[in-house]
Design a protein around this ligand. Structure first.
Ligand SMILES: NC(=O)c1ccc[n+]([C@@H]2O[C@H](COP(=O)([O-])OP(=O)(O)OC[C@H]3O[C@@H](n4cnc5c(N)ncnc54)[C@H](OP(=O)(O)O)[C@@H]3O)[C@@H](O)[C@H]2O)c1
Length: 268
């Protein structure tokens, strides 16, 4: 029998939105598993701190400043990655955000920002990464989705639409690139405590009704998400490519997060 290999030693991983929150933890987890990690975001100082931490722990990390809304920057950065490492094995498209805003107050500028960040940037990172990956006939792409991709959340219409788009992009690309050695999956966490959600989750009026709907009584951790992401980056699950959005939700150890959503829907 061939056993699953959970070791990512010397694999090259590129993580967007790595300066804080989930992306920060993902970069550290990938490095801990042995990958050489290229960390990208706009906040170069935070990335440098992350790279230092990874190196101090014996890992390998390099900083790539990147605003994923800018296509020229995306193309340039992936060229630099190819020049630096000669190949790319793993892309984690984590950069993204969502903040509550009533639908009647959404401006065109807000719409464009959310779509450019959560959807357009993610697509073009997939495109550029795949140009590199096809040369080696191997790649693992993980797109950060959300429970909001399948659950309508009041005041998050644009975020929900962008994450639903992430799911469909992931499915369509998985089909288009099947047979190339590249798998592409999405991970869709429930609420996770990060700088992006801290303000809401620190507010008892928001947190307590939310927790009452989560069977284990807590929100997700960055480690919960890292576990799901790492699984999809392994070289062993060759057949796992985008049929379903993986959940890193904390309610159950496995299964599909829709099972736990009726409660969430009631809350929302
Ligand atoms: N936390 C949750 O509850 C939760 C649940 C489901 C899904 N998610 C998804 O998980 C991902 C990370 O969420 P998080 O909570 O960790 O967010 P966060 O704490 O707000 O961090 C967001 C990350 O995205 C980066 N980013 C933002 N705009 C960017 C841009 N234009 N170009 C490049 N990077 C950019 C930020 O770096 P810079 O500001 O330095 O650029 C930062 O590293 C997002 O895609 C989010 O939608 C989060």
């Amino acid at each position: 029998m061939e056993y699953p290999n959970f070791d990512l030693t010397n694999q090259i991983a590129f993580v967007t939105g790595a300066s804080k929150g989930i992306g920060y933890a993902l970069a550290k987890a990938l490095a801990h598993a042995g990958a050489k990690v290229a960390v990208a975001a706009r906040s170069v100082e935070l990335l440098a701190k992350l790279a230092d931490e990874i190196k101090r722990d014996g890992g390998d990390a390099r900083v790539f400043p990147l605003d994923v809304r800018n296509l020229d920057q995306i193309r340039r950065v992936f060229e630099e990655v190819a020049e630096t490492y000669g190949r790319l094995d793993i892309l984690v498209n984590n950069a993204g955000m969502g903040s509550p805003i009533p639908a009647l107050e959404v401006t065109e500028e807000y719409w464009d920002h959310m779509m450019d960040l959560n959807l357009k940037g993610l697509f073009f990172c997939c495109q550029e990464a795949t140009k590199i990956m096809v040369k080696s006939g191997y790649g693992r792409i993980v797109n950060m989705s959300s429970q909001a991709s399948v659950v309508g959340i009041p005041q998050e219409a644009v975020y929900c639409a962008s994450k639903a788009g992430v799911n469909m992009l992931t499915k369509a690309l998985a089909l288009e690139w099947s047979g190339s050695g590249i798998t592409i999956n999405a991970v869709g966490p429930t609420f996770v405590y990060t700088p992006g959600t801290a303000e809401r989750l620190d507010n008892p009026d928001f947190r307590e009704p939310l927790l009452a709907q989560i069977p284990v009584g807590r929100v997700g951790t960055v480690t919960d998400v890292a576990a799901a992401v790492l699984f999809t980056t392994l070289s062993c699950p060759q057949l796992k490519s985008a049929p379903d959005v993986q959940s890193a939700r904390n309610e159950r150890a496995s299964g599909h997060f829709q099972e736990a959503l009726p409660g969430v829907r009631r809350h929302l």
